[in-house]
Design a protein around this ligand. Structure first.
Ligand SMILES: Nc1ncnc2c1ncn2[C@@H]1O[C@H](COP(=O)(O)OP(=O)(O)O)[C@@H](O)[C@H]1O
Ligand SMILES: O=C(CO)[C@@H](O)[C@H](O)COP(=O)(O)O
Length: 498
């Protein structure tokens, strides 16, 4: 028996998935960490908390499967995208990581667009958005100049884990694509962009294909966990690219919906590079040589987490959501917009905030919970509509992954709102599964993602649209689609008062 380990450094938690050559899951473990919000619009995490979570997860997996220390043949990663980790010359974290859902960098985005908007769009195929890495670098340059002088290493979250495990300063193309610093066609750091913003290329990691080996576990790490063999470590990928690999979205066909802390509606894009002028994100795939496009809801699971922690902290997800299926579509006239940290697709607006509309005295906690799930899913439908109108892509079948895929009523709601067949995976951890597949390819078990998918990817249930609900949601979505425009100015003015 041999194993590979996929580690997903998500926003809410780090997850580990131990798998065999046959694609069987022999171990799963996870460890959570908080998102720090020192002020509205700010979102940070301490990188060393990711390491602590990794130690707990790896130790837990070894406890469950002791021969992992002699039979592990590869480790790879998926990770939250864009978040900026900065280390000093001693490889110590200089400040908390600034995350992908932090929206403090509106001014820096404007600067990037004014100074090099066409250059950035031409080379990266994306526009400057608050969540991306380049605006965060400029924010540190402008607001924490002493910290900027100390920076010797800039990396993304999963790469900080790889740095700790192997000592190699590395990243992969799929994650690098989300920094706004990669020429995604040439697959090299875009020197014209670096020059425009005084960013020394030496501070950026070496680029690898996702399945390429970046090193082996260091002797210190081997001793820490009791590994008796050298374990190869492979570069890994952006969490959404890995989720696409783990969902089998490595050729034209199905779409993907991921409900994690963020929400993503994703499409495979072949090697022929499309260009959506930034209206959809376009990044290198973790499947070598291909790309993917996607729209992003900044607060998907985050909206549900916020609601649950604020109004139902004593309830489990099943308890809070147990009654939603009994309510008819639309939560009896209650609408929610998930803009609690601003929004990305289709509304590029860091200053918008969420709303409940239609509240009346008969609404219960269950009505509000259903409205939150419907609002999140309506927001993802916005990306589905963008995928159809901008990219001309329509999906009758959508693979649903992430924590949101744990709830069958939410999966049925997705089928009804998207008006498509929804399928989930036997392993709902799409990103972690993709990471394990990359380790398996790197370890030589398979030649490519397609071969790995044939063994590792298994679909579990199908949820077909209820046509009555489809019709009802079509009317509700038309109302939902008005809320941004109607609340935008009020929301901005309220924020300005704070
Ligand atoms: N049982 C559940 N039912 C519905 N939603 C859930 C459940 N468990 C977790 N979630 C949602 O899934 C999200 C976490 O999903 P995950 O894919 O782990 O996210 P991330 O990768 O961002 O950490 C949470 O924000 C939460 O709202
Ligand atoms: O910003 C994006 C994609 O552009 C997010 O999808 C992050 O990659 C975080 O992913 P999750 O932690 O929500 O899975």
């Amino acid at each position: 028996m041999a194993y590979v380990l996929g580690i997903d450094l998500g926003t809410s938690s780090l997850k580990g998935l131990l798998m065999t050559e046959k694609g069987d899951v022999v171990g799963e473990a996870s460890a959570a960490y908080p998102i720090l919000t020192p002020q509205t619009g700010f979102s940070e995490q301490e990188p060393d908390q990711w390491l602590e979570a990794a130690k707990k997860v790896i130790a837990a997996l070894i406890q469950k499967t002791p021969d992992m220390t002699t039979k592990l043949q590869g480790i790879s990663f998926s990770g939250q995208m864009h978040s900026l980790v900065v280390l000093d010359e001693n490889k110590q974290s200089i400040r908390p990581a600034i995350l992908w859902n932090d929206v403090r960098t509106t001014k820096q985005c404007q600067e990037i667009t004014e100074k090099a908007g066409d250059l950035v769009l031409g080379l990266t195929k994306n526009i400057a958005l608050e969540g991306f890495t380049l605006p965060k670098i400029l924010w540190i340059q402008e607001n924490e100049s002493e910290n900027w002088e100390k920076v010797r290493y800039m990396m993304l979250p999963k790469d900080y884990l790889g740095f700790w495990l192997t000592g190699t300063f590395a990243t992969d193309f799929s994650d690098a694509a989300g920094t706004l610093l990669l020429d995604i066609a040439k697959k090299e750091w875009a020197q014209p962009i670096l020059d425009s913003f005084n960013i020394p290329v030496e501070r950026l990691p070496k680029l690898f294909e996702s399945q390429d080996q970046i090193g082996v576990l260091t002797d210190d790490i081997k001793a820490l966990f009791g590994f008796e063999v050298d374990v190869p470590v492979f570069a890994g990928g952006a969490d959404n690219a890995c989720a696409a690999v783990g969902s089998g979205i490595i050729q034209d066909g199905a779409g993907m919906c991921s409900i994690g802390t963020s929400g993503v509606f994703l499409s495979f894009e072949s090697g022929a590079l499309a260009d959506y002028q930034g209206k959809l994100h376009l990044f290198n795939h973790a499947a070598k040589g291909d790309y993917y496009s996607m729209g992003v809801t900044l607060a998907a699971g985050n909206s549900l987490d916020w609601f649950k922690n604020t109004f139902a902290a004593d309830q489990s997800f099943p308890e809070l959501l147990g009654g939603i299926a009994a309510l008819k579509p639309g939560a009896d006239g209650l609408l929610f917009t998930p803009y609690i940290v601003g929004e990305r697709t289709p509304h590029v607006d860091s200053q918008i905030r969420g709303a409940f509309i239609g509240i009346d005295t008969h609404h219960t906690l269950t009505h509000f919970a259903k409205a939150v799930l419907e609002g999140i899913t309506f927001s993802l439908k916005d990306s589905q509509v963008m995928m159809e109108t901008v990219a001309g892509r329509h999906f009758d079948r959508i693979v649903s992954v992430g924590g949101g895929a744990k709830n069958p009523d939410w999966l049925q709601m997705q089928a009804d709102i998207f008006n498509a067949t929804i399928v989930n995976l036997t392993v709902e951890q799409g990103p972690g599964l993709g990471a394990a597949m990359l380790a398996a390819i790197g370890a030589g078990w398979f030649d490519n993602a397609a071969e790995a998918a044939a063994v590792f990817v298994h679909y579990k249930d199908e949820f077909t649209p209820n046509l009555e609900h489809v019709a009802a949601y079509a009317k509700l979505y038309a109302l939902y689609s008005q809320v941004y425009g109607v609340t935008k100015n009020l929301s901005h003015d309220l924020l300005a008062l704070n």
